[in-house]
Structure formats: C-alpha cells, structure tokens
Ligand binder design. Structure first.
Ligand code: ADP
Length: 620
C-alpha cells in the first residue's frame, strides 16, 4: 500500500498545537509517557501469550530500549511488546483514544497559561513527544502480523502512514529532537529521568550507549518490594503510571496478605476527583495481576462499585495464570480477596478519618458520595461505612458525621432532621428550617442525592429516626424556642380554622391539605409532604430522571404569626369566602411552590392574581 496522508482528528491538532508551543517546564515527562506505553504494550502481549505461548517463542524477555544519538539529535525508544497494526496506529496515534487525554482537551480554555498547566494535570501520553521533537517516527509491527508500518508526523495537522519492515514484533519510536529537546540525547540526563519516573516499571529499561547496554531501573514489580525500600516519590510515580493520573495520591495502601489467600495490593485513593466518577459506565479500574503478570484492568468482581475511586493493582498468588476474564466472574478466590480488600480499605479510611480529620474532609468532598453508596449496597460493611459518611449541616460550614450530629442533639430531640436539595445555599434558606433554627435544632443539609436513598432504607441511626423537615408534621413542641423574644401573638385557633376552610375551598384538589404550621417563624407559607408520601425533593429527582410519573399532592402550611396570615384571618372573619380571598389562596400556594424551587404550573395566572391583589391594595 502506498504512503497515505491523513489529518489528525481536530481535537488532536488543537492538543498538539498547545503541546508544541507550550512552555511547560517539565518537558522530561515525555520519556515517562513513552516508557509507560512501551511497558503497557509488553504487559498486553505477556497476557496474550498465556493462552498462545507461540507469540513470544524465541523472544520472551520483554524490555524497553532507549538509544540516544547526540550527534544526530535523535532519541529512539523501542519495545518488544504487542505492537500496532495499521488501523491501530491510525486510531491510537491520530485520534484521542484515552480518557485522560480526552479530559484534557475538554478542559482546554484557549488561555495558553491555563492550558499548559493542564498538561501536568492530565498528561498527554504519546503526544507529549511533540514537546521535544520536530518530527516523530513510529515503526510498529503487531505481534503475529507480517507487515510493519511507519507513522510519521511533524505534529502539524497531518501524519503519513506506509508499509515498512521491522525484524521483530514491537514498536520503535524515533524522536527528531528540537532545540528544547536536545538535552534528552544526553545519556546522563536519560539515566536521571528514568530513575526519577520509571524505576518502578517491572521490566528492564535499558540504555544503549556505544554498543553497550545498561539497565537503568530496578526492573522488579514495585509492589513486591518491601515498604521500607520504597520512597514516597516512587509510590507517587507508580500511581501516575498505573492510574494515568498526575495528581498526588491522597492515600497509599501497600499490603501483602499471607494467609489462606496470598496476594499483594498497592492501592491509591486519588487526591482529586476524576470527572467521570458518577457516569454509569465508570467502573472499577484497579488492575488485576497474577504472579506479576498483568491480567486485566476490567475485573469488576475485584472491588465493590462504591470503591470505584481506588486506583492501583492487586496481584494474586492463588489464581491460575491462564485465568480468563470470563472465569473471573464467579471465582471464589476473587470473591474472598474482594471481601478482605474491602475490609482493609474501610479500616484504613476509618483510621485516616480519626487521625487526620482535616485531610478526611478532602476525601469526603471528592469521594464521600460514592462511598455512601456502600451503605445500602454492602449490608455487611454498613456499620463500618456509616461513621465515614459526612454531611453539610445548619450547624456550620464544616462537614459533620452522624455521630457528631447525635452528640449535639437537643434535650428532647428524638430524630435526626434532614432536608434534601441540590443547592446548598438554597437549602439553607428553606422556610421549613425556620422553626428548627429558632429552637437551635440542627438539620442535615443533604446535597448528595445518594443520601435520599439509603436514609429511608436504613430508617434510623443509633435508634434515632431520620426525619425530613419537609415531610409530615413538625413535632417541635417538646423543645422550647431559644429566642424567647418571639412572643408574637397568634390569631385565635378558631379564626385560623375559618381561614383554613376558606383556603381549602379555593384550592380544592390542588393541595392535599391546608394546616397551621409549627415549623415557620418568618415566612408566611411553605409546602410539606404528607407523612406517608415521598419526600418532595426525592420525588422531583425521580421525576427528572423519568423514574416516576406521579405527582403527589402537597400540604400547604400557613404561619399564624405572620402579618399576612393574620390579615387574611381578619378578612375571612369579616367577609368569608370571596374572590379576593381566592386570589390570595392561589398566590400563597404559588409562593410556596416558588420557595421550593418549582416552576409554577401556570405563571400567567400567578401574575394576573398578583397584579389584581396589588392593584386592590393601592386603591384601598
Ligand atoms: P494511553 O497510553 O494513555 O492510552 P497514548 O496517547 O499515550 O494514551 O497512547 C494511545 C494508544 O496508543 C495506547 O493506548 C496504545 O494502544 C497505543 N500505543 C502507544 N504506544 C504504544 C506502544 N509502544 N506499543 C503499542 N501500542 C502503543
């Protein structure tokens, strides 16, 4: 096939422009990226060879070779891994295949300074070679194929691809170094970079200099080394490699289990939140190894979904090497590892929450909502997970645990009060909170939708019932208001009852009930759900996600201490039901709906009624 010219996917071109012009100071990371890719390619082939040993017959020693040529300003990185076919080269080196790079592009602002910072945050994989090269040539032969292909590009919008020869399988990347890249043809510089970033790579990284070969790294799986031999820096670099991440790990868990089951784990809790944590396709990404051989990064049975923020590896001594991905599905060894690893992770999180509550806030903000899924998904560990759950609350800006909440409960308070919604500021202003605030009763502000699922399912914590302040009657009588000044007289109950009768008549089917409120102090009205109905926010949430069609009727609560209600009580006493009172009834209801953040079923009617009531007020 003749040489073919192709254009990069538009996103890649944009990316390359930034990469090429970037003043990103740590250009050396390109070498880490290329070594990392080479090592992944070897891992892939090693896995394939488990079932097809012929693939590596005669060439079973995987390695990455680096050969600089100072005089020609060249740097060559080769591997004897799985290689790429023509289509794979076009797909992998011309489009954005990988999620990290895709995230990078989606975050680009056009402001060069900011965008360059992102290179360090996401890493740009193979494309980082263009930071140091004026031209990049990739020659690759896919294992098992006869023909090799050459991919060449100067990183300016196009690449060419044609057929070529390569004696053995694998990939050779030749960088024609640019001015900024010249230093990377210097052997000492290469040694330094490999030591810094790639020491943990489990296969030899070999420097070829004057025909002599020198292995630059320890070339043993990092997780098999003893903890005392591993520096924090090495853990971090391994995390970057294994997770394709560029932040610092928040927590590193390195263990060897030696009992009925034998395995090593090197797991990380990332320091930042990945953008796809809540996407349904987001899965466990911890890699499974068997006796140092990479098996899969898609072993969903390895960890429960609520620990899907973890990155790293698990290396089992017990599973058979030729374990297929299908076999993993109901594997008792894997199931037992999962149980043990889950417990271990929860124990470590509990420890961290206790020893470093400050740092635990970062964790909660990043992953707390995911962890909470475990409260209903993993009954067995529920009592471990519950104390790790954190919440916003009316008590202050700090996140709080349930235990802390319970410790602060008022004498006479029997329930754990909650209110749910997306927006923290809007929640804090909810009228339903007024009566609680006046009595100094703390209310948890639930902004993680997951809370609305496990709380009703669980019902209680430490024998204290979870109770939404927007549902059922507010039994606040047992606790006296803190603010004794609130001696605002209430209209006599019988007069309020007459107004309520008039309002009910006017609103008919639009509400389930109208009643006098205990939870309001400042606002005139609010809506609440009936005791047996679904919480209002949950219902809105389910309707938004088309999980629910029904629309429960609400209870309108009125505040008999509010001057507007007092005025209406007087009006109802004078004239009974009237057009004007009917207008007021609807305005009160719509006002309560607006306070809930709902859209009005009929904004036109609302505007008309409001205008006519205001006009009457002006002419009076
Ligand atoms: P990532 O490595 O994060 O997936 P890259 O942009 O660095 O992203 O590489 C894109 C893809 O190109 C890789 O996923 C891999 O499929 C392929 N690739 C890159 N380098 C090699 C290599 N040395 N051998 C085989 N395939 C490679």
């Amino acid at each position: 096939m003749a040489s073919e010219k192709r254009e990069f996917q538009a996103e890649v071109s944009r990316l390359l422009e930034i990469v090429a012009h970037s003043l990103y100071s740590e250009k050396e990371i390109f070498l880490r990226e290329l070594i990392s890719n080479a090592s992944d390619a070897c891992d892939k082939l090693r896995y394939l060879s488990l079932t097809e040993p012929a693939l590596i017959a005669g060439d079973a020693e995987f390695k990455v070779t680096i050969q600089p040529d100072k005089g020609q300003h060249l740097l060559t990185i080769s591997d004897n891994g799985v290689g790429m076919s023509r289509d794979e080269m076009i797909g992998n080196l011309g489009t954005i295949a990988r999620s990290g790079t895709a995230a990078f592009v989606s975050k680009l602002s056009g402001d060069e300074k900011k965008d360059v910072g992102l290179i360090g945050k996401f890493g740009v994989g193979f494309y980082s070679a263009f930071m140091v090269s004026k031209e990049v040539e990739v020659i690759s032969k896919r294992t098992g194929e006869e023909i090799a292909h050459r991919w060449v590009s100067d990183g300016k919008g196009e690449f060419t691809i044609d057929e070529t020869t390569r004696a053995t399988r694998g990939t050779t990347i030749t960088l024609h170094l640019n001015e900024a890249g010249e230093e990377f043809a210097e052997p000492l510089r290469i040694k330094e970079i490999v030591k810094k970033y790639s020491d943990h790579i489990a296969l030899p990284v070999v420097l070829v200099e004057d025909g002599k070969e020198e292995t630059l790294n320890a070339a043993s799986a990092l997780w098999m080394r003893s903890k005392s031999e591993i520096t924090a820096e090495q853990y971090k670099e391994f995390y970057h490699h294994v997770a394709h991440a560029f932040d610092d790990p928040w927590l590193t868990l390195h263990n060897k289990a030696e009992g009925a089951l034998e395995y090593a784990t090197l797991l990380f809790v990332p320091g930042t939140k990945p953008y796809d944590l809540f996407q349904p396709e987001r899965k466990n990404q911890v890699k499974l190894y068997v006796r140092r051989v990479f098996i899969t990064d898609d072993a969903q049975e390895l960890l429960p979904p609520y620990l899907r923020f973890l990155r790293g590896i698990v290396d089992s001594e017990d599973l058979p090497l030729n374990v297929s991905r299908e076999m993993l599905q109901h594997n008792p060894v894997l199931a037992r590892m999962r149980t043990q690893i889950t417990k271990r992770v929860l124990t470590e999180l509990t420890k961290k929450a206790k020893d470093d509550p400050e740092a635990f806030i970062t964790f909660s903000e990043n992953f707390g909502a995911v962890l909470k899924e475990g409260i209903y998904e993993d009954r067995e560990n529920q009592s471990e997970i519950l104390p790790l759950a954190r919440f916003r609350s009316t008590a202050g800006d700090a996140l709080t645990s349930l235990d802390e909440y319970v410790a602060r409960m008022k004498p006479g308070q029997e329930a754990i009060y909650t209110i749910a919604g997306e927006n923290l500021d809007a929640l804090k202003r909810s009228p339903q909170l007024e009566g609680f605030r006046a009595r100094g009763i703390e209310v948890l502000l639930l902004t993680d939708p997951v809370d609305e699922f496990w709380m009703p399912a669980l019902g209680k914590y430490q024998e204290k019932e979870f109770k939404s302040v927007t549902r059922g009657s507010a039994d606040l009588d047992k606790i006296a208001p803190e603010d004794k000044k609130d001696e605002t007289p209430e209209a006599p109950a019988s007069d309020v009852a007459s107004l309520i009768a008039v309002l009910k008549l006017a609103l008919g089917d639009a509400v389930k009930d109208v009643r006098s409120s205990k939870r309001l102090t400042d606002s005139a009205v609010c809506l609440v759900a009936d005791d047996n109905d679904m919480d209002m926010h949950l219902e809105r949430l389910l309707r938004q996600h088309k999980q629910l069609n029904a629309d429960s009727k609400r209870i309108l609560e009125i505040n008999p201490k509010h001057s507007l209600i007092a005025g209406l009580v007087a009006l109802a006493g004078k004239s009974g039901a009237s057009d004007s009172l009917s207008d007021f009834a609807w305005i009160l209801l719509d006002q309560a709906r607006l306070l809930e953040g709902e859209t009005l079923p009929n904004p036109n009617d609302f505007a008309k009624r409001l205008s006519s009531v205001l006009a009457r007020g002006l002419s009076a």
